[in-house]
Design a binder for this molecule. Structure first.
Ligand SMILES: NC(=O)c1ccc[n+]([C@@H]2O[C@H](COP(=O)([O-])OP(=O)(O)OC[C@H]3O[C@@H](n4cnc5c(N)ncnc54)[C@H](O)[C@@H]3O)[C@@H](O)[C@H]2O)c1
Length: 198
């Protein structure tokens, strides 16, 4: 199944450049952030963060109608999660943003959708997302239940760009993609091929 609409949740230093990388390839991109200021700024074709060359790419994408930002999730074919994963006081990773993002997309999922976790996450985070989504959507099947025949594909693809060079590294860096199934890996790879030369 092809990716007509791509959804990116978390429009910060990773999510916004990723969203415009797809939009620059004429893909319809829905960006979602809980920060109303970020959403309003992006929809004006401007940026709320500092990253070289990001401003003109966002302006072009918004003016051409390929990127639109929202504060609430919308339907799509591929869902990328790029929210923060800070450390808690006890040095344990805080996955609450990732789980909140996953829960917010759960009601919108349909058969054939692909979910990718881009946030830097500890081992097992992708499975945690999959378990939570399965608990919320018993009408769909997930990789841990149906393997290669699952309705939903899920993969982990951590972002490794260097701040200040994101717009170049995002396109040119090699990526590590680990799907919960081979089909998930292949579909995630197909998605990134839209803009990736690495
Ligand atoms: N910034 C970097 O250079 C860099 C490099 C590699 C990896 N990463 C990783 O990428 C991930 C994202 O980092 P970042 O730097 O883009 O963070 P960021 O703080 O710049 O952006 C995250 C955005 O997510 C939004 N958000 C939080 N919870 C949300 C929710 N439930 N729904 C919708 N939006 C939500 C925030 O409002 C914020 O705009 C982290 O895991 C980070 O470790 C960052």
């Amino acid at each position: 199944m092809s990716f007509e609409t791509i959804f990116v949740i978390g429009l910060g230093y990773i999510g916004l450049p990723t969203a415009v990388a797809f939009a620059a390839r004429q893909k319809k991109v829905i960006g979602v952030d809980v920060n109303q200021h970020a959403v309003d700024t992006i929809n004006q074709g401007k940026i709320h963060i500092v990253e070289p060359d990001l401003d003109k790419t966002v302006k072009t994408a918004v003016e051409a109608g390929y990127l639109k930002a929202f504060t609430t999730p919308q339907r799509a074919d591929a869902f990328l999660i790029a929210v923060p994963t800070p450390f808690k006081d006890d040095h344990q990773p805080d996955l609450s943003y990732v789980m909140a993002a996953a829960e917010s997309i759960a009601p919108l999922l349909k058969k054939g959708d692909l979910i990718i976790l881009e946030s830097t996450s500890p081992t097992g985070a992708t499975e945690q997302i999959a378990q939570r989504l399965a608990a919320m959507r018993s009408d769909l099947t997930f990789p841990q239940q149906q393997g290669e025949n699952s309705d939903i594909d899920i993969a982990y693809c951590p972002e490794r760009v260097l701040p200040g060079k994101v717009m170049v590294e995002l396109i040119k860096n090699d990526r590590v993609i680990d799907g919960m199934t081979m089909k998930s890996s292949q579909r995630a790879s197909e998605l990134y091929r839209i803009f990736l030369t690495g």
